[in-house]
Design a protein around this ligand. Structure first.
Ligand SMILES: Cc1cc2nc3c(=O)[nH]c(=O)nc-3n(C[C@H](O)[C@H](O)[C@H](O)COP(=O)(O)OP(=O)(O)OC[C@H]3O[C@@H](n4cnc5c(N)ncnc54)[C@H](O)[C@@H]3O)c2cc1C
Length: 306
């Protein structure tokens, strides 16, 4: 199996990395009948930790001067914020603020020890929020099975209307003329059927049919759309915001960027890994990226489930 340079893949996938944006965007395409669809997951980092080191001074200064804890703030090596946050958390456990502590320059060794010994609870302090789009409802169905350390907010098919309806083409279909053609026909049919069903349900609602009645405007809309969505296929796009801590993201990557994972969620998990490693190289430096013979990617680590 070929080991792949993560920087190369990040660039190859069109990765953006600057102070304001870390993202791997995906392009929306349109069928001849103007139905929008995407072929790749879009991954956008919405939030990451900030660390306020100066706040530690009032704590460290309160200990005996001979311990020289105050020098902790003079460490000349700046770390990425999550590594710094998790290192502070770990060093509080042993009150390792004196000269004998592990300095930031040796942060890799510090985190290798945490990963290899499975003391991953310190990694729970750092949270990252992502927006995922260009992923299907099948992927989000698998994604939301992750519980520990995760928060989710997913597009409501009951609330939103057909105006934002988009679809996701599976990787197996994109380069095959027959399968791509069938996909195009299928989503055009699904969108047409969805709209026709919505219109019929609205007519019934306006005629006062009990099961579609409601007091509030929002509830009226939900009554229609919760029914009409029954014809939407698994390949309907399901944008979702996901927040998780570093320990949880590591577990997600290990489960979903593995060769056993389904291809579409694997494409997502590999992108999440690429973004996280870009922002926090030390916390994710134990992973290797590999290309399978089918040209898809997986991620491996000697330290699973820290
Ligand atoms: C290749 C693959 C195939 C799959 N196939 C199926 C399938 O056929 N059917 C199916 O239903 N699911 C399937 N799944 C989903 C899988 O069973 C898990 O639900 C999903 O991967 C989330 O994993 P998790 O529970 O380890 O993660 P999380 O929910 O994020 O939990 C992380 C860890 O916390 C601990 N934990 C979390 N909750 C509890 C708890 N309540 N009690 C004790 N410990 C807890 C566990 O150690 C767990 O591993 C599949 C997953 C993969 C990757």
């Amino acid at each position: 199996m070929a080991i792949i340079d993560t920087e190369w893949l990040f660039q190859d996938l069109g990765g953006e990395n600057n102070t304001d944006v870390v993202a791997l965007h995906a392009t929306a395409h349109h069928t001849p009948g103007n139905i929008p669809y995407l072929q790749k997951p879009g991954v956008v980092v919405l939030a990451r930790p900030q660390v306020h080191m100066a706040g530690l001074a009032g704590f460290l200064d309160g200990f005996d001067a001979s311990l020289r804890f105050s020098h902790y703030l003079d460490d000349p090596t700046a770390l990425p914020t999550s590594a710094q946050l998790c290192k502070i958390a770990g060093q509080v456990c042993y009150m390792s603020f004196g000269p004998g502590r592990t300095p930031n320059i040796q942060a890799k060794r510090y985190f290798d020890n945490i990963k290899s010994s499975g003391h991953g609870s310190v990694l729970e302090h750092a949270h990252f929020s992502f927006l995922f789009y260009g992923i299907s409802r099948s992927v989000t169905h698998e994604l939301v099975r992750h519980r520990a350390g995760f928060g989710f907010s997913q597009l409501s098919q009951r609330y939103v209307s057909g105006k934002v309806l988009r679809f996701v083409e599976r990787p197996e279909y994109c380069d095959d003329q027959q399968l791509h053609g069938q996909f195009v026909q299928r989503i055009e049919r699904a969108a047409t059927e969805y709209n026709a069903l919505t219109n019929r349900l609205l007519e019934m609602q306006q005629a006062g049919i009990d099961i579609l009645s409601a007091e509030a405007r929002t509830d009226l809309r939900k009554k229609v759309q919760q029914s009409a969505r029954s014809v939407l296929p698994n390949e309907t796009e399901a944008p979702i915001v996901v927040t998780a801590n570093v320990r949880a993201w590591r577990h997600f990557i290990e489960m979903r960027a593995s060769s056993h994972a389904e291809i579409e969620i694997r494409e997502l998990a590999v992108r999440v890994f690429l973004c996280l490693q870009k922002m926090e190289p030390i916390l994710f430096d134990d992973y290797t990226l590999e290309r399978l013979p089918d040209s898809t990617y997986i991620v491996n680590t000697p330290f699973p489930k820290v």
